[in-house]
Design a protein around this ligand. Sequence first.
Ligand code: ZL4
Ligand code: CA
Ligand code: ZN
Length: 379
Amino acid sequence: TKDDVIGRKRNIMYFHNENVAAFHYGPHHPMKPFRLAVTHSLILHYNLQHYFTMVEPPPATYEEIIAFHDTDYIEELMAGKWRVVPDEDAVDGTADDVPLFDGVYDYCTYYTGSTIQAAKALNCKWADIVINWSGGLHHAKKAQASGFCYVNDIVIGILELLKHNQRVLYIDIDIHHGDGVQDAFYFTSRVMTASFHHYHEKFFPGTGIVKEKGRSDGKHYSLNFPLREGITDESYAYVFKPIVRSLVKFYDPNVIVLQCGADSLGSDKLGKFNLSFNGHGECIRFVKSLNRPLMILGGGGYRLRNVARCWTNETAIIVGQDDVISDIIPEIDPYRKCFAPEHYKLRPELPHRFRDANTREFLDYLIGVAEERMRKIEH
Ligand code: ZL4
Ligand code: CA
Ligand code: ZN
């Protein structure tokens, strides 16, 4: 099998609490937790559960959540009421991104509980690879909700990993900048963060330029790859592979956390990239091939059927079944109708809506920046 070629067989654990999919951000909100039910169902109907241990983890506790977040902020979230916020926030409508819908705190405990248990499974060496598609909410700050994210499960998961691991490498392929994770570890060399994202002054959250590189002990341990619109599979792999290869070589992480936001796929409702299922999945395959303990998380993804396709394909990649499973969505899947427009294919071609504005020179410049940064790190 492929596992024998790449390395020894990896022990895989999959974390999912079904309760997470029943919440609603409100009418017309792009973030739909229901996508997690469709994804989970598709994974089961492809019978991928034979290749991993499935766990229904308990929700995160208040104590676990305040390992990162401010107690005052979490109490607001539990009460379902934001403090009276300064007018500037109210005018620009950022509160519409993070509505206080029914059960918002409980929702956070479900996706965060899965990330915490996944981290513990890596810490105890019960698993080499852990998966939580409901996690990856990378924008939440210590005392503020942001960009559809209220509790930062990634930061909490990494804090758990740091109890048993000296160095954690965080890689983020969501189309948005992983600002909440970067901010949380901006001053430490024990976590290296690398975000690949679309950058434009008008594109959320408007941070993630190359110059954001970490401070004091963390100087050179934050990396940003601000990409232009329309990036293709070829261009993405051209920057991603050499950069990630040298990050692992020079930083030598004990564990890797990979946020797999599916909004970097072509035809995403909020995204502006042209990645195919294969191009996105190639990043997951590449990181897996580096043979480090690995945590796989979800994130953004706003074309529901493509999120389910993307993460099912990537679950298959992780378990080494992607070239074995059928490209036709199984007939018995109760959510099969969600996939109708593209004739029930698992990996249909996605339309290219944007011209690739990333020139070879620009991509070479980004690779050069990463290489120069690698020469500056030591431990
Ligand atoms: C919506 O239709 O760019 C929220 C958000 C709610 C329903 C009803 C309210 C209508 C698009 C987005 C008014 C909505 C105004 N509803 C939204 C600067 C903005 C201020 C808020 O993938 N308006 C803010 C956040 C991004 C902004 C992206 C990505 C998360 C992740 C990890 C977060 N915020 C402009 C937008 C709608 C809405 C329609 C919306 N919000 C699209 N992009 C944003 O990285 C999970
Ligand atoms: Ca990103
Ligand atoms: Zn995103």
